[in-house]
Design a binder for this molecule. Structure first.
Ligand SMILES: [Zn+2]
Ligand SMILES: [Zn+2]
Length: 262
């Protein structure tokens, strides 16, 4: 099975899970912006991801060649391939999750990058489909900053693919409208409760907390974790999010539009 099949399977799983075990029972399944977010799921999760993934893979291979004199293990990617499958999977998962935590931080802290990340934070009714609501530029930023270090680690393609599939499942879970209490596991794994606070439009949680994707340990370690039990934000979005166009074509070129207006 390829990535796309898993993505489809997970999406169907969360459609059912949200009906059976909703965290916010009053939330409508056919919410506003769902059409746009299903487009982002198709475009970002499949067509465009394949294109950018292929290109960044090529760049990573070239970089590996260029760095091989100083990093001999990178010559043939042999650093990890001697490890067992599950060892490689775990290492890829942990390293890529930390790198994504770093990139997510940058998306919030660098004003230029925040202009692109605003689209993800403009969702007002959170569900599984919101995971893929992000600007096409984000994929370029994530892939270029992720693939090169991962390619330098070497190793096999299958455990890397499985780590990417697992990370996608967890990303959809974080955004899903499902009632899931992680208990003490919340100190290790991120979950829907914590990620909802990352989307809080007030300063209480908001864009400076809970950057994690799969693991929450990075946020606990670096002091950005926020997890008030039994409570949810009053409103999700970001301050001033009415500026973001609701139609798809203008969302795709939003940062350019914004630049022209200023
Ligand atoms: Zn999110
Ligand atoms: Zn964010």
């Amino acid at each position: 099975m390829i990535y796309w099949h898993w993505l489809l399977g997970f999406s169907l799983f969360f459609v059912v899970a949200e009906r059976l075990l909703p965290a916010r029972p009053g939330q409508r399944p056919l919410r506003k912006q769902l059409g746009n977010d299903l487009f982002y799921l198709l475009f970002n999760g499949h067509f465009y991801a394949v294109l950018v993934g292929g290109l960044s893979g090529l760049i990573a291979l070239r970089t590996r060649g260029l760095l091989s004199p100083v990093l001999p293990f990178a010559v043939d990617g042999s650093a990890l391939s001697s490890m067992p499958f599950w060892g490689q999977f775990l290492l890829y998962l942990i390293v890529s999750d930390f790198l994504q935590w770093c990139v997510h931080n940058l998306l919030h802290r660098v004003p230029f990058l925040w202009q692109f990340h605003k689209l993800h934070h403009s969702i007002h009714e959170m569900d599984w489909a919101g995971n893929f609501r992000f600007h096409w530029m984000e994929l370029i930023i994530y892939r270029s900053l992720l693939y090169v270090p991962l390619a330098l680690l070497g190793g096999d393609g299958e455990p890397l693919l499985l780590a990417a599939i697992f990370s996608t499942f967890w990303g959809q879970l974080n955004h899903a409208n499902v009632r899931l209490k992680l208990g003490p596991l919340g100190y290790l794994f991120n979950g829907p409760e914590m990620h909802l606070w990352h989307h809080d439009s007030s300063a209480e949680g908001g864009a400076s907390k809970n950057y994690g994707i799969v693991l929450s340990i990075w946020d606990w370690l670096f002091g950005t974790a926020y997890w008030p039990r039994e409570r949810a934000p009053d409103r999700i979005g970001y301050p001033g999010d009415h500026e973001l166009p609701r139609d798809l074509p203008r969302q795709l070129i939003f940062p350019v539009l914004r630049g022209r207006e200023q």
